[in-house]
Design a protein around this ligand. Sequence first.
Ligand code: TYD
Ligand code: MG
Length: 454
Amino acid sequence: MAKTKTAFFCSNCGSQSPKWIGKCPSCGEWNTYIEEVIQREAAGAGNQVFIRRASTPTLITEINSGTEIRIDTHNQELNRVLGGGLVAGSVVLVGGEPGIGKSTLMLQVALSMRNLKVLYISGEESEQQIRMRAERLGMGQNECYILTETSTGEILKHIGALTPGIVIIDSIQTLTSENIDASAGSISQIRETASEMQRFAKTANVPVFLIGHITKEGTLAGPKLLEHMVDTVLQFEGDRNYGYRILRSVKNRFGSTSELGIYEMQGNGLREVTNPSEILITQHEEPVSGTTVAATIEGLRPMLIETQALVSTAAYGTPQRSCTGFDVRRLNMLLAVLEKRSGFKLGAKDVFLNIAGGLRVDDPATDLAVVSAVLSSSIDIPVSSKTCFAGEVGLSGEIRPVTRVEQRVSEAEKLGFETIMISKLNLKAAKSAARSIKIQPVSKVEEVFRFLFG
Ligand code: TYD
Ligand code: MG
């Protein structure tokens, strides 16, 4: 009987060591080494299923670039995030918290594929459960096969017999490879099973989706190495109290990482939200103080988002600053600028900030809307609901220009806004895009108050 062999793996980067070490020499993290059993790793090399192509160095100019073939997933938001469709032979990792809707999204994609055999492999749910979910989502008319299996050897055998056009694995943490004796979900198993699936994808030129769990800290469970191995990492996120879900690309070898897809979780699955502005602006009967609309751009898409601020006298000694969907440090910076430049005593106030729909915005152009919302709430006078904002606020209180202001202006105009406040430095570009919308240029934070409240 073979002797049980163990090794230590870094839970951060996946590097291996025969002994336990305190500090990982490859990624520099402390206390990340975990012992795992690796019994028959060497034996695995012998029964390699795939034949490797002999490689020779080729002159870069002689390589046929071609355009990679994109497979339409029949899901516009997913296509967008992938950079225009699924690339043949690519491995896509879809991560997200439990219950966010990863399995739903992937099953929906599996059911809506046309003229392509799909194999959905689940190690988490039974065939009946998947069938029930499929009925809930509305069954497709296509060839969608379900396999409940966790051993990669068996999976690759079934794939060989079925020759699917797309493989979906739910989830990578449930897979086990016979080449390794560690339990499912351990670092060495994830590393081995993911590399087996990646090898399959590359040799057979079939795209593979891997669903991955997320740890409490919000990072993908398993070694960072997993993210290095795959071509694309998508993150599925959202506030569970809201129906909206965002699919973000964190890494993409075939497209930009600034794109995002928006979905709404409904009773019969995920609905694609093609015009996000419409749902992100609440229709108020009459204007309320502390509410403003920011003309942001996420990826390539302009999006008008409502920001809400509440400024009140601090009940306890230390004032509270709390944000949902916005960086709290950025809010503190904006409050400091406001205090210094416009004389508002915000130091003794509680300030709460909320971005509508449970979204998280990173666009610096949101600053101006945040500043205006804070001003509006602290004097309790509403800003007209027909006004929106796009500008970055600098440390000396200057309103800085933002990118692609034309797109923001057009979107605001399309949605019926009558005024848009922007940086003076964006004036020319904004004027060129505006037809009937009024452009209100500002150059300093002091002017914002004057223009809004006279
Ligand atoms: P699921 O896709 O299983 O999440 P994950 O695979 O990321 O863990 O399901 C997410 C939740 O979505 C579940 O709590 C039930 C809900 N849901 C709906 O609201 N509508 C639907 O049509 C489906 C299928 C699920
Ligand atoms: Mg699931």
